[in-house]
Structures are given as C-alpha cells and as structure tokens.
Design a protein around this ligand. Structure first.
Ligand code: NAD
Length: 312
C-alpha cells in the first residue's frame, strides 16, 4: 500500500494540492470536503489524468472527516478566505469552527500523522490545529513562509531577468502584512541581493511580496491565489515524506526561539521525516527582530481573542 496523504478542503488550494501530490506520485490522496459529490468528482477527474502522468497514485474523494484514517500527512485547506464585509473576528471564528473539528478527526483517526495547515489566518489556525490534536509541536506546521519566499524569489528573478530557481529567499514572521522579508539572506546563486539591486528596488519588491496575495485577489476578483499556495504545501509534504531535511520557513510553535513562545510564527526550520526537526535561529539585526516581534504580537492578539481554553 502507498503512503496516504489526506487533503481536507477540496476547493482551489485543496484540489491543486491533491493534483501536485498525485502528479508527482508522492502518495495516494484522499480529498475531503463537505460539498456532496465534489471531492469524489475531482478525485475521479484526477484518477483519469493519472495514466498520462505515468503516476500510480490513487486519488479518492470523501465527505467524511473519518477518512483521514491512516494518513501519514494531513493537509488542512478547508475554510473561507476573508470576504468583503467579513471582519477579522468573523473569519477567525468561522475558520476555527472548521479547522478545530478537522484537527480533532486527525487526532482520533490518524494519531501519528503530520499536520500541515493552510487555512487563514494561518498562524492562528496552525495554533488551533496544534491545540486540538494535542500533537507534539514537531508534527504541526503552518504553510506560509514557503509561499511568501517563493513569491519574493519570483519577483527578484523577474526584476533581474535570471532563473527563478537560482534565487533563494527567506521571509519570516506572520503570514500577512507584517511578514518580514530578509534581503540580506536572499541570494542569487549565493550572491546577496543587496549586491545586485538598490535599496529602493529591494524595498519595492519586499512590499510587493507583502501584498502578494492581495495583488492576485484584485486580479481574480473572486477567490484568492491557489497554484503557488498548493505547490508550497506540497513542497512541505514532500520534505516530510522523503526526509529531505529541507531548510524552509514554516509557521511552527516557538518555545523561546527568537525570544518568543507559545505562538506559531514563521521561522526557518529543518523539515524531514520527524517533521520540524530543528528551528534555525538567525542572528537578526535589531530592526528585523523588532519587526518579527511586532508580527508575533499580532498573532498573539488573535490567539487571545479565540480564548481556546474555553472552547477546547
Ligand atoms: N497559508 C497560505 O499561504 C494560504 C494561501 C492561499 C489560501 N489560503 C487559505 O486557504 C483556505 C482555502 O482557500 P481556497 O482558495 O482553497 O478556498 P475555496 O473556497 O476554494 O475552498 C475551501 C473549501 O473548504 C471546504 N470546506 C468548508 N468547510 C469544510 C469542512 N468543515 N470540512 C471540509 N471542507 C470544508 C469548502 O466546501 C471549500 O470547497 C482559505 O482560508 C484561504 O484563505 C492560505
């Protein structure tokens, strides 16, 4: 039997996550959504694409969270994006009510799984999943840093006219306006970008990265980005399943690193078969550390707003 990955939420991000996993033959995929017939239909469509990919991955669809059973990894993408007229608190509550039960199902039916959370507000939903599963912190990861840094990489490559995969970037902090791109840790084949671009240009690319999600929302008019988010989640799934020891920014539970604890925030980590194998503590400049702490304060405020102790 192949390794199994479940993807909870069969919408734009979830379906594309299933697509990339199956296309790469990384695992069998179970796609789970509350909409009757939809995950089954998408799974059948993906199954029919598999012969052309030369991939043996099996994809099935389900409307029951119980079907996370036996998963090595569960990716949680179920939930709403923020819609016009919806307050941050409304979104927090609505998505907690979706991610919480999904996490409880993982605890019950896939007690050894690794959980990758995609649902927004990301750092808080990762915290909810960690609390509701009760899993060790190494087994719950939020996807944001991979996406934010791949966006920064793409923008730097576009600006310099170089191959995007030669650009490496590091973006820390919460997933949102307060993210902290780190230009001095961003390189083109080892060359730090401050050697190649003016400060003004780097600032503009950093800002475009912060606004990366909003720029796409504005163009799409309905919905938000999904190809790069799905691929970013799959990068993390692969790092775990193939024990790659990738050094990537992920939202993880901090226990004193960077002077922060008891909250999820994006930092560089080593991801392998044991999940979060190590947090890498960079020597940050005072302004970078202050930006990271400000980002952490915003996440903490939302966690406090949830008062999970009373809902748990
Ligand atoms: N972390 C990131 O960087 C990042 C990037 C992109 C999107 N997101 C977030 O991911 C989430 C999904 O985005 P999307 O574009 O796929 O949205 P979408 O609306 O296309 O899909 C969401 C799906 O979740 C399903 N769903 C709702 N409640 C459910 C439940 N209880 N159980 C199972 N499925 C349920 C819906 O039926 C829908 O199909 C949003 O919260 C979005 O903001 C995060």
């Amino acid at each position: 039997m192949n390794v199994k990955v479940s993807v909870v939420g069969g919408g734009n991000v979830g379906a594309n996550t299933a697509l990339y996993i199956a296309e790469r033959g990384l695992a069998d995929v179970t796609l789970i959504d509350i909409v009757e017939g939809m995950p089954q239909g998408k799974a059948l469509d993906l199954t029919q694409a598999a012969p052309l990919w030369h991939s043996g991955a099996r994809v099935t669809g389900s409307n029951s969270l119980d079907d996370v059973k036996g998963s090595a990894v569960v990716v949680i993408t179920a939930g709403f994006p923020r819609k016009p007229g919806m307050s941050r608190s409304d979104l927090l509550k609505a998505n907690t009510d979706i991610v919480g039960p999904a996490a409880e199902a993982v605890k019950k039916h896939a007690p050894n799984a690794y959980v990758i959370v995609v649902t927004n507000p990301l750092d808080v939903m990762a915290y909810v999943a960690w609390r509701k599963t009760g899993f060790p912190k190494q087994r719950v990861l939020g996807m944001a840093g991979v996406l934010d840094s791949t966006r920064f990489r793409a923008f730097v490559a576009m600006e310099l006219g170089v191959c995007a995969s030669d650009v490496q970037a590091m973006v820390l902090g919460g997933h949102g306006d307060s993210m902290v791109p780190l230009p001095r840790y961003t390189t083109v084949s080892g060359i730090p970008i401050p050697e190649l671009l003016s400060k003004e240009k780097i600032d503009a690319l950093s800002q475009r990265t912060r606004d990366g999600g909003a720029e796409i929302v504005k163009l799409l008019k309905t919905g938000s980005a999904y190809y790069a988010p799905a691929m970013s989640a799959v990068d993390m799934v692969q790092a775990i399943l193939k024990d790659e020891k990738r050094v990537i920014p992920c939202s993880v539970l901090l226990s004193g690193e960077y002077g922060l604890k008891d909250l999820f925030l994006g930092v560089p980590v080593v991801v392998g078969a044991a999940g979060v194998e190590r947090v890498i503590e960079l020597g940050l400049a005072a302004d970078e550390l202050a930006a990271l702490h400000a980002s952490g304060a915003g996440v903490r405020e939302m966690i406090e707003e949830l008062a999970l102790d009373t809902v748990a």
